[in-house]
Design a protein around this ligand. Sequence first.
Ligand code: HEC
Length: 170
Amino acid sequence: MADNHDHHNRSGLIAFIGAMAFVFLFFFYIVFVNKGVTLNENVTEPTPADAPKFDLTTVKEPWLENEQVALAGAKIFKQNCALCHGAKGNLVGGIAEARNLVEGHWKAGEGMISHFKVLQNGITGSQMASFKQTLNPTERWAVLNYIETITNNKTKDKLEDIATFAKSAD
Ligand code: HEC
């Protein structure tokens, strides 16, 4: 009986030492081999399928300061304007002849109404083309909304003047 008891204790001890060795080796692995456990995983909020998605087409007055409209405008800018004006509008990665939209030394008139006309008609004799066929009026206002967030020379046009102009502008 006494022998048997001893025997049980010994296998228990072996199991215990084995477990400790495992824990130690695991710890060693995590700290020195795997260089730690990263806790900065990219936790991205999953967008639920039924989450309301921002729809630019429903915006009635896209010239008004609005974070979501500006964000939509930024996307349009990347796709249609960054090529010449630079990804940030400051000509870095763009072309020298284009306007630095951040500095905003406007030559075709100041303010959003003048900028809209530039997008309607382009600037003759330059690479600045009309965007009338490419972007609908809401998209053009959205891109100007974005430019207002990056330029140092912001519009001084009265909101009611812009609203009146926008009614007749296509
Ligand atoms: C192919 C190149 C090119 C693309 C693409 C382009 N632009 Fe331009 N843009 C120019 C050039 C060049 C000028 C300067 C024209 C001049 O005054 O001689 C200019 C000027 C401007 C001006 C300044 C007007 C002023 O009063 O000085 C604005 C605003 C502007 N662009 C907005 C845009 C927006 C918004 C887009 C995209 C929807 C765009 N541009 C796409 C080349 C481009």
